[in-house]
Design a protein around this ligand. Structure first.
Ligand SMILES: [Zn+2]
Length: 116
């Protein structure tokens, strides 16, 4: 059922930033997260919510999931809304053009010996 997977799209009200000075006495804990792109974010969570802080957090800069282990950030899921440049290109073109672009990209990578 629940498993240890990402809690996606968690948005707590208006966000953790603007609520720090509202005078509620709930203790807050600041947790550091890092995404696969090396971005760091530090949301804070109320400790009286009865649930632990989420294992992952959406990076506010690039939308990738961010984890608490800087050395081993979670990999983005395939169905994340984040789109690569190639995805944008393919949206504007038909599949044939997309295939050509993909081949060109692969050829470029092969030329740089990044892929076999
Ligand atoms: Zn990021």
């Amino acid at each position: 059922m629940a498993g240890g997977n990402a809690i996606r799209g968690s948005r707590v009200g208006a966000g953790p930033m603007g609520e720090a000075e509202r005078g509620d006495s709930a203790p807050r804990v600041v947790v550091q997260y890092w995404c696969a792109n090396g971005h760091e974010t530090r949301p804070s969570f109320a400790q009286d919510s009865g649930s632990p802080v989420p294992e992952t957090w959406d990076c506010p800069r690039c939308g990738f999931p961010a984890g608490q282990d800087q050395a081993n950030p979670p990999q983005p899921l395939r169905n994340e809304p984040y789109k690569t440049h190639l995805a944008y290109v393919k949206e504007r073109r038909n599949d044939a053009d997309g295939a050509v672009i993909l081949e060109e990209a692969l050829a470029s990578l092969r030329a740089r010996r990044l892929v076999p």
